[in-house]
Design a protein around this ligand. Structure first.
Ligand SMILES: NC(=O)c1ccc[n+]([C@@H]2O[C@H](COP(=O)([O-])OP(=O)(O)OC[C@H]3O[C@@H](n4cnc5c(N)ncnc54)[C@H](O)[C@@H]3O)[C@@H](O)[C@H]2O)c1
Length: 478
């Protein structure tokens, strides 16, 4: 099936305009299609094992260049192709590999904006790694799977409800994996907390909170001054600026949602039911555009446009009666915040600073240290040992160039023929919050049903994320 973006937009637009089905609750709507009949359940599916994972990379920008370094530093990976319309970005990654990891000798694709299709069409590639602007992700995921490739995609898998369904349905049909980067769900405090949840430290989970609070506006030098040496690139990103004009809601739920989703067994034991979403007005972006348009004419067309509100708050209720709060704010001057809170009927964790409590008093720092040490899962111990043996994690110094336990486990699972621990249903669920929040925000916070991409299989799916590494764990870092 060939994906047609115009059809996607048309379908979603139609849904937004009129296809509203009353579900029986006075205030609750199901404006988007579903449930569907699942053709094949990719949860728990193990694809044939690959001794060598041959990779092609599409989009070698800020994140994509880091993706190249990280995956090139994992045993059993062979980098076959790098693609970006900006030749300079491909060339500098090729140069890095030549100097640092010379056993990789990728072909370069820098000719045009559709070159990525040629990478997907190659027969000597197993895994396509997508690090492009959001509006290309669904089309690229689908095309790659239809050409017999597994997919790593930086979040999200799609920007509309329909795009999320297309990615899920193509994965079910082709039996190709889609792994949406989950930013270290397998490491750090997130892995410790997942272990604590599973061992019952917090009792029954009642509520969780996760955010994407990341000030991308205040620092004019790093965010808005365009770099003539690098294609007039600027830190906020041209495409991201555009997304923030067109859309109003939670545009980036994945970072906060991924860890708590695993702690709450979403897609395997519980499922999101419905959500409401409300946004504040914009209090900074319009002013910022006026300020920087004085410095650079490039920004003049953005003066006077309506921007996404600073703070979006989304509240989700699950079928088992638990709640989740997600917030998104990338334009207020404040310290960053991602996964934030998990609360059960026996205890609570809250971030920044990290704290634990089992009553109304926070436990001491000593108690916190000793409990988190006790609950550090096997995956963390094994991964840290791999890092120690490799000498260090290779890095260009860039923020995205150090191999994470999640990267390592993805390749390890493919090489050992294991099911992926973050599957296509996780990626779709974590992505669909954005278009649903836009829908709800534009209707004064009207409740909206969350599509069940598992088509009911969440009731019987076995738990994902093998943090004890009962199988695999054999791949090293280089
Ligand atoms: N997981 C994380 O921590 C993390 C961090 C940063 C970004 N991201 C995600 O990574 C993705 C990319 O973000 P970024 O900050 O690297 O953006 P970027 O603008 O730096 O990079 C995007 C790259 O895609 C290229 N591109 C555009 N059209 C293309 C096409 N048709 N074919 C091939 N390449 C094309 C651009 O030339 C650019 O080099 C986004 O989804 C973003 O949300 C994830």
């Amino acid at each position: 099936m060939k994906i047609n973006r115009k059809e996607f937009l048309k379908l979603t637009g139609l849904a937004g305009m009129g296809m509203i089905f009353n579900t029986g609750h006075a205030n609750q709507r199901t404006p988007f299609r579903g449930p569907n009949i699942q053709k094949f359940n990719m949860h728990g599916y193990a694809a044939p094992k690959l001794d060598t994972v041959r990779m092609g990379f599409i989009g070698i920008g800020g994140r994509g260049s880091g993706n190249v370094v990280r995956y090139a530093s994992i045993e059993g990976v062979e980098i076959k192709a790098l693609c970006d319309p900006v030749a300079q970005r491909v060339n500098s990654s090729v140069e890095f590999l030549k100097n640092e990891l010379p056993w990789h000798n990728p072909d370069s694709y820098t000719g045009g904006k559709d070159d990525w299709k040629r990478v997907c069409e190659r027969e000597d590639i197993d895994l396509i790694c997508i690090g492009t602007p959001w509006d290309l992700h669904a089309e690229q995921c689908v095309y790659a799977m239809e050409h017999d490739k597994h997919v790593y995609v930086d979040l999200p898998v799609g920007v509309t409800v329909e795009e999320c369904w297309q990615v899920v349905e193509t994965s079910d049909k082709t039996r190709k994996h889609v792994y949406m980067d989950c930013v270290n769900c397998h490491g750090g405090i997130a892995a410790v907390l997942l272990n604590m949840v599973r061992q019952g430290f917090f009792g029954d989970i009642i509520h969780a909170e996760g955010h994407y609070i990341h000030d991308r506006v205040s620092n004019t030098g790093s965010r808005w001054v365009r770099d003539p040496e690098n294609n007039f690139f600027f830190g906020y990103r041209p495409w991201r600026l555009q997304e923030n004009v067109n859309r109003n809601g939670n545009l980036y739920p994945g970072h906060g949602l991924a860890p708590l989703s695993q702690m709450m067994d979403l897609n395997y034991g519980d499922q999101m039911d419905y959500m409401v979403s409300v946004s504040s007005n914009d209090f900074t972006m319009s002013d910022k555009m006026r300020e920087i348009a004085e410095m650079d004419d490039y920004y003049k067309p953005y003066v006077g446009l309506k921007f996404r509100g600073n703070m979006n708050t989304t509240i989700i209720r699950t079928h088992k009666g638990r709640t989740i709060m997600l917030q998104h704010d990338i334009s207020s001057p404040r310290p960053g915040h991602r996964f934030d809170l998990i609360s059960g009927n026996k205890g609570i964790y809250r971030a920044r600073p990290d704290r634990l409590a089992t009553s109304e008093q926070w436990l001491s720092q000593e108690e916190f240290n000793s409990i988190t040490e006790e609950y550090t899962p096997e995956i963390t111990r094994i991964f840290n040992e791999k890092v120690r043996k490799a000498g260090n994690r290779r890095t260009t110094g860039g923020a995205y160039s150090r191999v994470s336990p999640s990267d390592w486990r993805l390749i390890d699972s493919l090489r050992n023929g294991l099911p992926l621990e973050v599957d296509v249903y996780d990626g779709a669920l974590w992505s669909v919050i954005s278009p649903l929040s836009e829908w709800s925000v534009s209707r004064e916070g009207t409740s909206v049903k969350v599509p069940d991409f598992t088509c009911g299989a969440w009731k019987t799916n076995k738990r994902g994320m093998d943090i004890s590494i009962r199988e695999g764990g054999t791949t090293n870092l280089v």
